[in-house]
Design a protein around this ligand. Sequence first.
Ligand SMILES: Nc1ncnc2c1ncn2[C@@H]1O[C@H](COP(=O)(O)OP(=O)(O)O)[C@@H](O)[C@H]1O
Ligand SMILES: [Mg+2]
Length: 168
Amino acid sequence: MTSDNEQPELTLRTDGPEETRSAGRVLGWLLQPGDVVLLQGDLGAGKTTFTQGIARGAGTDEVVNSPTFILLNEYHARLTVYHADLYRLDDPDEVAALDLPGVSLDGALVVEWPERGAGLLPDDHLLVRLTYRSPEQRELAFVPRGHRSRELAARLSSALAAAAGGEG
Ligand SMILES: Nc1ncnc2c1ncn2[C@@H]1O[C@H](COP(=O)(O)OP(=O)(O)O)[C@@H](O)[C@H]1O
Ligand SMILES: [Mg+2]
């Protein structure tokens, strides 16, 4: 799960949480059952904010926040979006018990702190690295790992370009 030097398919800067949600919303439009999105970044990097956009894009009106006590939330939308936050799980057995590969079979799976689940997550996934740049600015780097996630990342690039064009 290391490989921080992998070349991203796409990077973007966001100015403020609404822009991060917008990017997530575009990804949410595209997700299909079986897609896996891993969100890597420090506390406050914007992982949950991005997930709020994903869930909205997938079509849910439910409120999305960090799964604090419940380790796995689910949002019922055009498809089911499963949202796991592994931050508090330092025991790999607890992560294994969630059976995230099994979960991803019938919905899209979004995981915060995937480092905690190394080896216990689906191999084919879209990694999103979120980096703090300034109080309002974040950088999002999208690194597809596997055939399926490469196709998703390519569709995301096109859709983000179209969405940006539509604004102007
Ligand atoms: N460009 C930005 N993208 C995302 N969040 C931002 C941005 N600028 C400021 N923020 C703020 O940073 C915080 C990100 O929190 P959160 O999404 O919960 O992070 P994480 O889940 O990575 O710990 C929120 O308070 C949000 O309003
Ligand atoms: Mg979070």
